[in-house]
Ligand binder design. Structure first.
Ligand code: PMP
Length: 408
């Protein structure tokens, strides 16, 4: 069946919401995407037919729950083209996944070792490394960002050194929408003996990712941005890379043997899943991955790109608007940040919400170093999903034009 965004909308009951009598235009997908009926049903089915704790139970329902949880792991492994399901660790989200790598690497690092990030990272990919800097004395180095809002890969040579242990970068920026060119990063890492972690929070909602083709060591993402429930995310790691990580959390389910005077840990991925995991959420994430993978990827990408172009062209026609990010459509996703001269991003977001029921995000987007780079307190950001339509983009453009007339 040909891809039809209008038909897709029928799978998302929340998109029928009316606010103050106006149809909702949901353009905050980079913060959290909406959830389709297929995923809600999968969670419902699990909770009504297979709810029990996993791994430790011996009764039939516990076996069913364990099977469902492990089946979700296998679906995610396929979504990422991982070599093995056991390379998939369930976490609370991208933040949990990156912290797991940072904290788990601590014992391998010494003062003076270097971690390379970039100026456009989300705080989730900055703060965990800062914590290592404070704890161990590793040095944090950042690749600069170009005027277009991309990581400046020309600086790789002078930023990555023999002391670099980790290069941790966003696959897609949550502010500028720029897509990272991963190959030169991996080449620089290999030349210096460093590992590579990609923050894929804004990449995985757009379709399966091939971690083996990317050639990275770790890949992190969140379920709630890819049409799945909250409270679930993934750390994928190469088997050898996960094997080297120490567990950051201790508790049930992550041990091999516990005595009062000694302990041994389970192998990955269980070593990193202390306590009862978010089971129904994992089942929902598996269903969401299946749902995304079944979309006609090229048609969806073309649709989102067309809407991105419509947004960029429309914003360019409004006096006082400045887009922070690539102006063209190449190597970018449908995440568009912009400022309106004389209007605070929060005021703009509130205005378009009140008058046009357009949901945007306004602020620093957990990327304060990037805001500083552009000399901004914040931006307004519109971000697309496959179910967005021309009507959503037009409502945004109308709202911003009206805000300029009323607020400036
Ligand atoms: N990295 C990026 C690029 C993001 O967009 C986000 C979410 N805004 C995160 C990390 C953090 O994700 P979560 O809050 O789900 O852990």
């Amino acid at each position: 069946m040909a891809f039809d965004p209008e038909q897709l909308r029928a799978e998302f009951p929340i998109l029928n919401t009316r606010l103050g009598g106006k149809a909702l235009h949901y353009l905050d997908n980079a913060a959290s995407a909406q959830i389709p009926v297929a995923v809600i049903d999968a969670v419902m089915r699990h909770e009504t037919a297979a709810r029990a704790n996993v791994s430790r139970g011996v009764h039939s329902l516990a076996e069913r729950a364990t099977e469902a949880y492990e089946a979700a792991r296998s679906i995610i492994a396929r979504y990422l083209n991982a070599a093995l399901p056991d390379e998939v660790v369930f976490t609370g989200g991208t933040t949990g996944a990156i912290n797991l790598v940072a904290q788990g690497s601590a014992s391998q690092l010494k003062p003076g070792d270097e971690i390379v990030i970039s100026e456009l990272e989300h705080h989730s990919n900055i703060v965990p490394w800062h914590m290592l800097r404070e704890r161990i004395g590793v040095a944090l180095r950042a690749l600069p960002v170009t005027d277009e809002g991309r990581v400046d890969l020309a600086a790789l040579d002078r930023t990555v050194t023999k002391r670099t242990r980790m290069i941790a970068l966003a696959h897609v920026s949550n502010v500028t929408g720029a897509v990272l060119d991963v190959a030169p990063v991996v080449a620089a890492a290999r030349a210096s003996g460093a590992q590579v972690l990609l923050d894929g929070a804004q990449a995985v909602p757009h379709g399966p990712v091939d971690v083996r083709a990317l050639g990275v060591d770790f890949y992190a993402f969140s379920g709630h941005k890819m049409f799945a429930p909250n409270g679930i995310g993934v750390l994928w790691g190469k088997r050898e890379a996960l094997a080297r990580l120490a567990p950051a959390f201790g508790g049930g389910g992550m041990i091999r043997e516990v005595a009062l005077d000694q302990i041994s840990y389970a192998d990955p991925p269980r070593r990193f899943e202390a306590g009862t995991p978010p089971i129904a959420q994992a089942v929902g994430l598996g269903e969401a991955a299946r749902w995304v993978a079944a979309l006609e990827r090229e048609a969806v990408a073309a649709h989102e790109l067309r809407l991105t172009g419509r947004m960029l062209d429309g914003l360019a026609d409004i006096r006082g608007v400045r887009v922070v990010g690539p102006q063209g459509l190449q190597a970018r996703r449908g995440v568009v940040s912009f400022t309106l001269d004389g209007v605070h991003p929060h005021d703009l977001c509130q205005f378009v919400d009140d008058r046009f029921a357009v949901a945007l995000r306004g602020g620093h987007h957990c990327a304060q170093p990037l805001m500083r780079r552009f000399g901004l307190a914040g931006t307004s950001r519109a971000s697309l999903a496959p179910y967005n339509t021309d009507a959503d983009v037009d409502a945004l453009l109308q709202g911003v034009a009206e805000a300029r007339r009323v607020l400036v």
